[in-house]
Design a protein. Structure first.
Length: 408
């Protein structure tokens, strides 16, 4: 009852008011109750629109390589549908690992987590940014507000690792300069930076330029901790990626099926652009957009899919209390503006299970690539206010097995 009542009036209350008079006191109480356990840890915060999990996991793996006692809280490792946990859960976890004498914690930090003071009481040793692109504007309102929320991570860090090529660079540079104690470390590919592929050569099996950036971010971060270069290179070379990130699903079929977490316009563009570069017949994308989230990205993602994929299958992705057909229609408008023709270049199949089955069993031919985007590692999907069990991996394998069985 309270939840329904609150959801109806929440949008009428400014975020700053809710954050100041609700989230901040709750975060303070949580940190105070657990006696500020973050003070006993060297905490590395990783933020950005895309690439947080891969970058955070790489940093974690490199620290493990040199036998540091390190913990990781990320979108995947936390096992939650949110990246930055509630202050009570976060502080309890910090207390637990501090009591076990961990030295480092690598922590994914979201704009919501920063804006809502979920990381209150944590003194970050280091802040790492991947990128800041169009996302979460349903909450932040403008890109500038979104960027300023991300920038809070860098207010008091001892080491700031910035992406020299990202549009966020100048704003974050100004933020870090306010604290003369902050050490600035940069990485990039296009602009002059402390770390780039020429200055620090490395090999990785992770595809795409965007993963080059993720690797460079981890290289810059761990090099700043004086980790030997050969240890860093060894870890990056051996790293096979994170569950649900460009993950291949193989049941012996003669075409590729890939599951990826790409749920932002930039993430979808990066994945499709990377897959376009590989040798294949057609690129088939299955994706949707989440309900009660930034609706402005929906037609943008439709345009991107129509321009980069040969065929798109538009479907559900956590519609929550929104009408899934309405969401798909907004994506379809973007597809049409980019020249997509329904029934030829894109299809609407709201049932995600049926959409995956359609892409794999009806559309995919020899040498094609089917990429299923938006859910990645997640194990549930939200309809209404209920989380139902879900796995893109399981649905893809099920569809593949049925197809292969029919061929026999």
């Amino acid at each position: 009852m309270f939840k329904n009542w609150w959801s109806k009036i929440r949008h009428l209350i400014p975020n700053w008011m809710v954050n100041s008079f609700f989230h901040l006191p709750v975060a303070f109480l949580a940190a105070f109750t657990y006696r500020y356990p973050g003070r006993h840890l060297k905490i590395i915060g990783v933020t950005g629109t895309d690439g947080k999990t891969t970058t955070a996991t790489l940093i974690y793996q490199i620290l493990l390589q040199v036998e540091k006692k390190v913990a990781l809280i990320s979108t995947v490792s936390a096992g939650l549908h949110v990246t930055s946990p509630h202050p009570w859960k976060l502080q309890a976890f910090l207390k637990k690992i501090a009591d076990q004498d961990y030295e480092y914690l690598v922590l994914e930090v979201t704009s919501h987590g920063l804006d809502q003071h979920r990381v209150f009481g944590i003194n970050f040793l280091m802040g790492v940014i991947t990128n800041v692109t169009h996302e979460h504007l349903d909450y932040h309102g403008t890109y500038q507000n979104y960027l300023q929320a991300k920038a809070r991570l860098f207010e008091n860090v001892k080491i700031a690792v910035l992406n020299r090529d990202d549009r966020s660079y100048q704003t974050l540079l100004t933020k870090t300069k306010k604290n003369k104690q902050t050490q600035l470390v940069t990485y990039g590919i296009k602009n002059t930076a402390d770390f780039n592929p020429k200055k620090f050569q490395f090999k990785t099996s992770l595809p795409g330029e965007y993963n080059q950036y993720n690797c460079l971010a981890a290289i810059a971060a761990t090099s700043s901790l004086e980790i030997p270069a050969e240890k860093i290179r060894r870890t990056i070379t051996a790293f096979k990626g994170v569950k649900g990130r460009m993950e291949k699903i193989d049941e012996g079929q003669d075409f590729q099926v890939i599951v990826d977490f790409a749920h932002t316009s930039n993430g979808l563009k990066n994945v499709l652009k990377t897959l376009r570069e590989s040798k294949h017949h057609r690129l088939i994308a299955v994706f949707g957009c989440a309900g009660l989230r930034d609706a402005r990205k929906r037609p943008i993602m439709g345009k991107i899919a129509s321009r980069l994929a040969d065929v798109s299958v538009l479907t559900a992705e956590d519609p929550r209390t929104e009408d899934v057909d309405k969401i798909i229609n907004q994506i379809a408008q973007g597809c049409q503006k980019a020249g997509g023709v329904e029934g030829k270049n894109f299809f609407r199949i709201p049932d995600r299970s049926e959409a995956i089955k359609f892409a794999i069993q009806k559309l995919a031919k020899k040498s094609d690539i089917v990429v299923i985007c938006g859910k990645g590692h997640e194990q549930s999907m939200c309809f209404g206010t209920t989380e139902y069990p879900w796995s893109d991996h399981k649905e893809a394998r099920k569809a593949l097995k049925e197809k292969l069985k029919k061929k026999k």
